[in-house]
Design a protein around this ligand. Sequence first.
Ligand code: AHG
Ligand code: MN
Ligand code: MN
Length: 320
Amino acid sequence: MFVTLTEYAVSSWRGSEAYDGLEAVVAGIAEGAKQIQAKVRAAVLANAVGATGETNVQGEVVQILDTFSSETLVKTLTQCGRVAAIGSEEIEETVIVGDSPAHRYLVQMDPLDGSSNIDVAVSVGSILGIWKREAHEQVAESTLLKKGKDQVAAVYTVYGSCTVMVVATHEGVQGFTLDPADGIFRRTNPDIRIPQNNSCYSTNEGNFKGMERGTQKAVEELRNTYSLRYAGSLVADFHRNLLKGGIFLYPGTVKSPEGKLRLMYEANPLAFIVEQAGGAASSGKERILDIQPQKLHQRTSLIIGNKDVVERTVAVMNKA
Ligand code: AHG
Ligand code: MN
Ligand code: MN
């Protein structure tokens, strides 16, 4: 008998000081994810794939579904009545929602991760980090620039062979699957822990030439030890590695030392989740969750997965 997401959220968080109202925020994310997954699955038929012709603050081509996903989650997070402000990969400025005493949460999100994969039916997903707004804090962009370790929860979804939603708090990591029969998320993976045995490594080997020598040595060691599994969607690669054991790395290169992935809404939420599951996440220089953000859309190198393999990989990267 599977516990539903609502049953889990209400029994775990309702009435608790630390998580008061979190069940409404997570319900808003779940509602948004249901609408996004329906749209993703029908996109090709509805002529909703491809680019909008715009570029986002990252200078990247915006896909139609990027915009749809961002607008959908802004809508459902606003409607939940508990979110004060939202940062989105697809929106340059911070979305200010409300500053009443009920608006106690701050959300940073990648509304659709892996969007270059949409028209070839490879899994995509959404990634969200959730922080608390202290009562005295004004609702502004500066309030969103909190360290990853200050998150109270983090969520990602995968729109793949099934629709998965993984929710982490300081009490652990829970995996839910959307039941297509009734549209309810049911807990299929309770108390997720990353397996000790590392089974694969995930990186874009096409970037090898441009990597720093130390990083190349680390990748060579991984290449000689594990199988390569790389979907090109961070959230799909991360989910496989979380359940089966593995390491994902998108390191900086000589040309872009800061790497490609974004700190606030890709690295931070997944780093929170992997640490709650017994893993580790590093920028190659420091623990991801310790990084003091300077800008909403700043990038970071990301090495994330089994703790011992992440530590070994970072050590080799930094060996002179
Ligand atoms: P997004 O679609 O949100 O821009 O993220 C894409 C990211 C991430 O999902 C993936 O790991 C990475 O881009 C793949 O980059 P490469 O194609 O350079 O390997
Ligand atoms: Mn992304
Ligand atoms: Mn994205």
